[in-house]
Every structure is written in structure tokens, then in C-alpha cells.
Design a protein around this ligand. Structure first.
Ligand code: ADP
Ligand code: F6P
Length: 326
């Protein structure tokens, strides 16, 4: 492998709080190792459009506490086309960038893995997504902040639900996974959790809500992951209203509020550790892997595994969430 003298860093896919802390760690670690470092704006689109910005130590001053990503991100469908990846490769070569750090979710790693297979180009991934759905790490950057935002919102919804005897269906993010939903549920004592990984019968849910009423519960919160197979929060609420027409039922969709905000301490520390290790991994001559943290240890997982395997929902936690809200 050609010696690495210049590294590029980009953020791709859905942004996540803590991505800036990861960028900062990559930039400062590269500078410590006397490498040049270039920021690529707007994810893979920045490779296609040659949006390269030289970075210095001061370029990342005071960004550790900021949400979003200073490099901007994109969903970049063009990168799925072979011709566009060829153009991206040409631009990287012209700019003399020897290796890339890609901060993003599994979609971004799919793109990175494809690029590596086509050009043998060194790329290391850093898992940044609020969904926490990436194999090869206990937690992804942004997840901790997102669930803390979600629980703060649900606690507030509980206050008004309790005052008016309302059943609330609260939709949280998670197109393919229920981690945000389940942990928000546990942390707020929600009455039920609907997630993509587990089928839930609407009649059973109604029986459960009625049971709560008989026990004089003054409100009900049902957390619905956006990817729940039985429909989104509005769909589910409508079905429940048909079965329980006398109930006051409301819907609240938390939406992109979960993606923003200043990262928590956990996310800043995780992002710093993963960003730092991404650079040292490249310097060790390792490529086509994602850097994760499992039980406090740094783990390098081949992209191929990170994009094909999944972290399962913890069944004990799911069962426990129901028992504790009885
Ligand atoms: P995330 O990384 O958060 O999962 P996406 O699924 O939108 O977000 O993926 C981010 C970007 O990665 C896409 O917009 C696209 O540019 C690139 N990408 C995703 N899948 C592929 C693929 N199969 N081939 C090439 N590029 C891909
Ligand atoms: O990938 C993170 C995520 O926030 C998902 O939970 C959600 O389904 C998706 O992004 C929403 O993306 P967009 O803002 O592009 O609609």
C-alpha cells in the first residue's frame, strides 16, 4: 500500500450529533501524525463535485459541542452509479488524497465498500447515525443524544397526557430498527412499544390499554418506531380509535428534533475515540473496515460484515419494558 500522506474526511447519510467531534478527532490525529488533512463537503457528492477544503487544527476549534456536521452531509444517489464513482476516484487522485475516513451509517459503508472493491482505495468507516443499527459497535455516534432528546420530549407529553387522560402515540425515528423506540420506552415507562423487529397485534394492544384503564392509569404512552410493520403512529392510532372509540387518542411525531442538538458527553467521547482510531487504523495499513467500540475495546469490523449483519433487539429488555409498565 502506498504510504499515506494526505487523508480526506467526509460525513454521509443522515447527520448525527457527535459527527463534529469525530471530524475534530480525525483532523487533530492526522495533524499529530504530520499528515495533510482535507475535508470533503456534502458526503460522497463532494467527491464527485470536487468540494475539497484543506483543514488545519483551528478549522475544528470549538465544534465538539455542536450538533449537525460542519462538513455538511448528503444522500447522494449519484454515487450508486459506476460512472460517478469513477469520476470521484479521478478527483481524489488529482487532489492527491491517499485515504478516506467516512463517517456515516450502513448505507455510507455500502458505498465505501463498493468503492474499495472497484479501486482498492483505502477507506475506514466511523459509525455515525442516531439509529444505533450498525453491526460491529455497541453504540453509534448520535444515538445517546437522540434518545435523551426523545425521553425529554416524552416526559413532557406524559404531563399533558396525564392531566387529560389521553392515550398518546409517539413516533420516534428508526426506519429499520427499534433501538431508539425501545430505550425511549424503557426510560419513560411507556405502556407499549411498537418496533420493526417485533409483530404486534392491534387488538392485543387495545386489550392492554384497556387493562391499564381498569387499573386507573390516567394516561397511556405508546412509542412507535417509524419503521413499525403495522404502520406509522397515525395509522396505528386510527386503528386503535376504531376499536376504542371512547378513548381520547392523540399522535405526536418527534421527527428531526431527534437528529439535532448539542451531543451528550457519551457521544462526544465515543466520537473522539472512533475518529482517533480511524486515523491510526489507516496508518497501520488496515482498510475496508469500520471502527467500533465493543465492551470498551476498539474493534475493526470488515465493511462486508458491518453492512450485512445486524445487532438484534434485546428480547429481555423488550419483555422487561412491558412488565415494568404494567
Ligand atoms: P446512511 O449512511 O445514514 O445509512 P444512506 O443510506 O442514505 O445513509 O447512505 C448514504 C450514502 O451512501 C447514499 O446517499 C449513497 O451516496 C451511498 N450509498 C448507499 N448505498 C450505496 C450503494 N449500494 N452503492 C454506492 N453508494 C451507496
Ligand atoms: O438514518 C437516520 C434517520 O434519522 C432514520 O432514523 C430516519 O428514518 C431517516 O434518517 C430519515 O431521513 P431523512 O431525513 O433523509 O428523511
Amino acid at each position: 500500500m502506498k504510504p499515506i500522506k494526505k487523508i480526506g474526511v467526509l460525513t454521509s447519510g443522515g447527520d448525527a450529533p457527535g459527527m463534529n467531534a469525530a471530524i475534530r478527532a480525525v483532523v487533530r490525529t492526522a495533524i499529530f501524525h504530520e499528515l495533510q488533512i482535507v475535508g470533503v463537503r456534502r458526503g460522497f457528492c463532494g467527491l464527485i463535485d470536487k468540494e475539497f477544503v484543506p483543514m488545519e487544527s483551528h478549522s475544528v476549534s470549538k465544534i465538539i459541542s455542536r450538533g449537525g456536521t460542519v462538513l455538511k452531509s448528503s444522500r447522494c444517489p449519484q454515487f450508486k452509479e459506476a460512472d460517478m464513482r469513477k469520476l470521484a476516484y479521478r478527483h481524489i487522485q488529482e487532489a492527491g488524497i491517499d485515504a478516506l475516513v467516512v463517517i456515516g451509517g450502513d448505507g455510507s459503508f455500502r458505498g465505501a465498500n463498493r468503492f474499495y472493491k472497484e479501486y482498492g482505495y483505502p477507506i475506514v468507516g466511523v459509525p455515525g447515525t442516531i439509529d444505533n443499527d450498525i453491526y460491529g459497535t455497541d453504540f453509534t455516534i448520535g444515538y445517546d443524544t437522540a434518545i435523551n432528546t426523545a425521553i425529554e420530549a416524552v416526559d413532557k407529553i406524559r404531563d399533558t397526557a396525564d392531566s387529560h387522560n389521553i392515550i398518546f402515540f409517539v413516533e420516534v425515528m428508526g426506519r429499520d430498527s427499534g433501538f431508539i423506540a425501545l430505550n425511549t420506552s424503557i426510560a419513560t415507562g411507556a405502556e407499549a412499544t411498537l418496533i420493526p423487529e417485533i409483530e404486534t397485534d392491534i387488538q392485543d394492544l387495545c386489550n392492554y390499554l384497556e387493562y391499564g384503564r381498569r387499573k386507573n392509569k390516567s394516561s397511556g404512552i405508546v412509542i412507535v418506531a417509524e419503521g413499525f410493520g403495522g404502520g406509522n403512529a397515525t395509522d396505528v392510532a386510527q386503528k386503535v380509535k376504531e376499536i376504542l372509540p371512547t378513548y381520547d387518542i392523540r399522535v405526536s411525531t418527534l421527527g428531526h428534533i431527534q437528529r439535532g442538538g448539542s451531543p451528550t458527553c457519551n457521544d462526544r467521547v465515543l466520537a473522539s475515540i472512533l475518529g482517533y482510531n480511524a486515523v491510526t487504523t489507516l496508518l497501520d495499513g488496515v482498510k475496508d473496515v469500520m471502527i467500533g467500540n465493543i465492551n470498551g475495546e476498539i474493534v475493526r469490523t470488515p465493511f462486508e460484515q458491518a453492512i450485512t449483519r445486524h445487532n438484534d433487539i434485546n428480547q429481555m429488555e423488550y419483555k422487561m419494558s412491558k412488565i415494568l409498565s404494567l
